[in-house]
Design a binder for this molecule. Structure first.
Ligand code: FPP
Length: 252
């Protein structure tokens, strides 16, 4: 039964809505196992739920939604599962673009895209190109993404600048590293949500999450909906984000 009633109310006053939200979509396998279904069915249910999450985030007014779809470590899964996931991504971004268009959602990809199968690279490119003028929300799909890989790439780009004599090592700043990440214009997530109960980052947005709030739900990703998202935003409303400083009331 819905905790907050069946109606979705995006104007409630007890929530705080982050401008930039990260979600680690975890628990597809457990969801499938509970139903005696193959893992691929869990991933498909997870993909369906991503559409719902987009609608919910847009309803609440989130501007940037970054979801973790496939990590640089996920290649170590059985080949069958990896192939099924790649095919699901290919199917999803072509098939559902009309719905994303209706919602005015721009799609972008973050990660080592060149390491993906050619057909998927084309789907990513097409998806980005045709949605580039959509303004209401950005869906950022982290695919073949690793936070360490992202930082490694940034460091490599900066090292090349040093080698070419354009900058000195002492010129390197945090901002320079941020500016060399995959999508430097996307704000750091204020909140990261992880369904399925695990309390770890799993190499997601390592640099960007330095001051993100973290919220974990026991709910498995394919079941994660309005109630869970609302609970996360209510909890986030009560967080005291000090960024290493003091609470507002404590400043003297
Ligand atoms: C983790 O669940 C999930 C993934 C590795 C894949 C995420 C993919 C989706 C949600 C599907 C589609 C996404 C897009 C972008 C179309 P798990 O398999 O590790 O679950 P478990 O921990 O319960 O085994």
């Amino acid at each position: 039964m819905a905790l907050f009633g069946s109606k979705k109310d995006y104007s409630r006053t007890d929530v705080k809505v982050p401008e930039s939200l990260g979600v680690i979509m975890d628990g597809n396998g457990r969801w499938a196992k509970k139903r005696l279904l193959p893992r691929s069915a869990g991933h498909r249910a997870g993909a369906e739920n991503l559409k719902e999450l987009c609608r919910l985030c847009k309803g609440y007014g989130v501007k940037y939604l970054t979801v973790y779809a496939f990590s640089t470590e996920n290649w170590s899964r059985p080949k069958d599962e990896v192939d099924q996931l790649m095919n699901l991504f290919i199917e999803f971004f072509d098939k559902y673009d009309a719905e994303l268009e209706e919602e005015d959602i721009r799609v972008r990809f973050s990660g080592d895209i060149k390491g993906l199968p050619d057909q998927l690279q084309e789907v990513c490119k097409r998806g980005e190109e045709r949605s580039v003028n959509r303004k209401t929300m950005q869906l950022i799909v982290a695919i073949n993404y690793g936070g360490r890989r992202e930082i490694e790439n940034a460091v490599r780009k900066i090292a090349a600048e040093v080698r070419e004599g354009r900058i000195e090592p002492s010129d390197i700043t945090e901002k320079m590293i941020s500016d060399n990440l995959y999508l430097p214009d996307v704000p750091d997530p204020e909140l990261i949500i992880r369904p399925s109960g695990e309390m770890r980052m799993s190499n997601f947005l390592l640099w960007e999450s330095a001051y993100s709030e973290f919220w974990v739900s026991e709910c498995l990703w394919p079941d994660f909906g309005y109630d869970e998202l609302t609970k996360a935003f209510i909890d986030y409303a009560g967080r005291d984000r000090r960024f290493g400083g003091l609470s507002k009331g404590e400043k003297k």
